[in-house]
Design a protein. Structure first.
Length: 342
């Protein structure tokens, strides 16, 4: 497998992108001017203030989960300095380390979900359009999978920052799972009981500037497979959520954490809450960085709609089977979840 990285391609300075990166017309971004900054006044995902009284919080959460499947959380108790540190160590790795050093962490030759530095989401498949993105994936939880010696050691605090970030994201994901359960009318523990101990992966995505942003995507339309994704981005912007038939920009908010409900939450809630379909667009001006922290069930767990909801709209699925099928078929839109509809 070639070790081509989008960053190396972008640095060549070509005026057009190789054909494998060109999206079919229906998938391209329709933004009038993909090179402009996102408009901060446009409609965006809801913002939920964690310092609000619990009853208000549950009501706002219910609405956001039903209508969007994605929202920003503010006053979340994760130190904002840690969010900045995470963005900083990521940017340093991608922008300041020589390619030769980065390629030592290469994971493209391994299985689709292996840890390290890569570019292709679907290693096995040759027929999908490629994303204009490089990434570094870290296996962070359970602790038995966490091996910081497989992560970059530069800047000097890289591993320490990722470790602290993982712990804070786990705590926030647990809190959110409790709130989401309650907002569904279930007991606080009910989703955690279904999920068991989290599997957590942290993926730093790096989107180099693209000479033809109107033809490419940083990350094609998908919903995340697991339970809940916690995402931070830098001030460049590029994340979009599909809502009411249109793509809506998720405006960068440096202190906020973007919560994205994933497919297993949609199943457990029996479709009451939706997993958000989202994508990342490219731009010609500036490299963009985001950090997504995925929280998933163990592969052996069976996920099904909560018995509180009748009749079930989704068939039960072993999470590991769901993941295999996702990697075989590709992420396009939400078709993996649709395949489980009764
Ligand atoms: O870069 C982004 O904002 C989106 C990342 C994402 O959706 C993912 O890694 O699953
Ligand atoms: Fe995603």
């Amino acid at each position: 497998m070639e070790a081509l990285r989008v960053q190396s391609l972008a640095e060549k300075g070509e005026m057009s992108v190789p054909s494998q990166y060109i999206q079919p017309p229906e998938s391209r971004s329709q933004r009038e001017n993909p090179n402009s900054n996102p408009n901060p006044n446009v409609n965006s995902i809801p913002v939920i203030d964690f310092s609000n009284p619990r009853t208000n919080l549950l009501e706002e959460l219910r609405k956001a989960c039903k209508e969007w499947g994605a929202f920003h959380v503010i006053n979340h108790r994760v130190p904002v300095g840690l969010l900045d540190d995470m963005r900083r160590v990521g940017r340093t790795f991608f922008e300041e380390r020589p390619m030769e050093e980065k390629l030592r962490y290469s994971c493209d030759s391994g299985s689709a979900a292996s840890e390290g530095y890569g570019s292709r989401m679907l290693v096995a498949s040759n027929d999908t359009v490629l994303d204009w993105r490089d990434y570094f994936d870290h296996h962070t939880l359970p602790l038995s999978r966490r091996n910081p010696s497989r992560w970059p050691d530069s800047p000097a605090d890289y591993r320490k920052v990722v470790t602290a970030y993982s712990d804070h994201m786990k705590a926030l994901a647990q809190e959110l799972l409790g709130l989401v359960s309650e907002s569904l009318g279930l007991t606080c523990q009910s989703m955690e009981n279904v999920v068991g101990d989290f599997y957590q992966n942290i993926t730093i995505s790096y989107y180099p500037p693209c000479p033809q942003p109107e033809l490419t995507l940083g990350l094609q339309s998908h919903s995340d497979m697991g339970i809940i994704t916690l995402l931070i981005q830098d001030d460049v912007g590029g994340l979009e959520v599909f809502n009411n038939g249109e793509w809506v920009t998720v405006n960068p908010m440096s202190d906020a954490i973007c919560v994205i409900l994933a497919d297993q939450t949609e199943i457990i809630s029996n479709g009451g809450y939706r997993s958000a379909q989202h994508r990342a667009v490219t731009n010609a001006r500036k490299a963009r960085l985001s950090v997504a922290t995925f929280h998933d069930p163990a592969k052996t767990r069976q996920i099904s709609p909560s018995p509180a909801f009748h009749p079930p709209k989704y068939r039960p699925v072993i999470y590991g089977d769901y993941v295999s099928s996702w990697y075989t078929k590709g992420p396009e839109g939400k078709r993996n979840l649709d395949a489980l509809l009764c």
